[in-house]
Design a protein around this ligand. Structure first.
Ligand code: SF4
Ligand code: SF4
Ligand code: SF4
Length: 383
């Protein structure tokens, strides 16, 4: 099923975070503004609007910080969706979390969450290096490291889930620290009880200007894509034999055909409500008020007078028209229907254009498709 079929309403819950990841994709952006959390009125209006207009009853919690930092709001939004006259038993709940949360969150998650993607970079030495706990929060977790808290939560949830409809998977950022450790990571996750993993090569953080204009950012980026692809293929095959799914962000459309890369081209079927009351089309455009060069993704805004969302029709149309069958460099590409012109968020962040191209990523996608694709529908789509 191509990734654009992932239909859901996402809530960008809060800018607060309890980790200090080295590669945080939005740390500078978040740190510049006052801490912000989604207003409940807007989240609830988002549910009413989405359930009235779309068939899906899937709700999702995501950044820009760590959603469980606003645990009460997660509970209230989930309860509101479940009690909604259009919601009820059909509501399913997904979260992407850093997994560093306390027992209250864990107990509630066990009973209420259906898909939990843990942002998790593998063995403790790598996890603690890439994703250390913010020193301000150390005491709250009894001096434990992020790896200790996360491992403990993952094991507990998997051991206790029983027959509940809950999947605990890992979403791994691949950096130069773990690119050659993908097979080792398969064993590590397998032993923790995890059976679904999506890997994402390190991507550029979002700042005020596109990466193509930011020499400092370009110069500090270091990632060996060829090594990633070669090691990924080995790990994918090894994992498959063990009964573990080892996915790549570059293969998210290998299980179907579509000229679209993902939900960001059809934002009304998968809106993201931002902490400042806007509708975003993409996980990388997290703040609506000042999206800078990611403006193309801000497609609506909460109107506090009419108590409705105003939609920006022209921008929605432009995203709808972003198809690999129309983009000049994609038209003749052999994988155009299994790539969809690649991730718009990364493309716009890097090139400043919806139809920009990163040839290194194209070469990687084509090689992965030659070696592995196409495939059976994925059971759990990439977050
Ligand atoms: S957990 Fe997410 S938001 Fe928090 S520092 Fe890490 S990457 Fe950034
Ligand atoms: S980050 Fe990429 S894959 Fe994710 S929603 Fe944005 S465009 Fe789609
Ligand atoms: S691999 Fe490159 S050229 Fe081919 S569809 Fe994807 S973005 Fe376009």
């Amino acid at each position: 099923m191509p990734h654009c079929n992932k239909k859901m309403i996402s809530f960008f819950l809060t800018t607060k975070c309890n980790l200090c990841c080295r590669y945080c994709y939005n740390a500078k952006e978040r740190n510049k503004i006052e801490e912000k959390t989604i207003p409940l009125e807007i989240a609830k209006a988002g549910i009413d609007w989405y359930f009235n207009n779309c068939e899906s009853r899937h709700i999702r919690f995501y950044g820009p910080g760590e959603p469980t930092q606003e645990f009460e709001k997660i509970k209230e939004i989930t309860n509101y969706a479940k009690l909604n006259k259009n919601g009820g038993d059909r509501v399913t709940v997904e979260i992407q979390t850093n997994g560093v949360f306390n027992e209250n969150v864990r107990d509630w998650a066990l009973e209420n969450i259906n898909i939990m993607w843990m942002s998790f970079d593998g063995m403790p030495d790598i996890q603690n290096y890439n994703r250390p706990l913010n020193p301000k929060y150390k005491e709250l977790f009894g001096g434990k490291t992020s790896a200790e808290v996360l491992e403990n939560n993952v094991k507990w949830l998997i051991e206790n889930k029983g027959e509940r409809n809950l999947m605990v998977g890992a979403r791994v950022t691949i950096t130069d620290k773990n690119v050659y450790k993908q097979i080792e990571m398969v064993d590590y996750f397998y032993n923790l009880g995890i059976r679904y993993v999506w890997t994402n090569p390190l991507f550029y953080s979002v700042g005020e200007i596109p990466v193509c204009e930011d020499n400092l950012k370009k110069d500090s980026y270091n990632f060996d894509m060829e090594a990633y692809v070669n090691e990924y293929i080995k790990a994918y095959k090894y994992a498959k034999e063990k009964g573990l799914f080892w996915g790549s962000f570059y293969t998210i459309n290998f299980d179907g055909e579509s000229p679209y890369h993902c939900r960001s081209c059809t934002p009304l079927s998968a809106p993201h409500i931002t902490t400042d009351g806007y509708i975003s089309a993409c996980d990388m455009a997290l703040l609506g008020e000042k999206p800078y060069h990611m403006e193309a993704f801000i497609v609506g805004k909460w109107n506090s007078k009419t108590k409705k969302f105003d939609l920006y029709d022209e921008k929605i149309k432009t995203l709808n028209n972003r198809k690999s069958t129309e983009i000049e460099h994609c038209k003749k590409c052999p994988v155009k229907l299994h790539c969809g012109g690649f991730c718009l968020g990364e493309t716009v962040n890097e090139t400043g254009k919806l139809d920009g191209q990163n040839i290194t990523k194209c070469i990687a996608t084509r090689k992965l498709y030659r070696e592995l694709g196409p495939c059976e529908p994925y059971k759990y789509l990439h977050p």
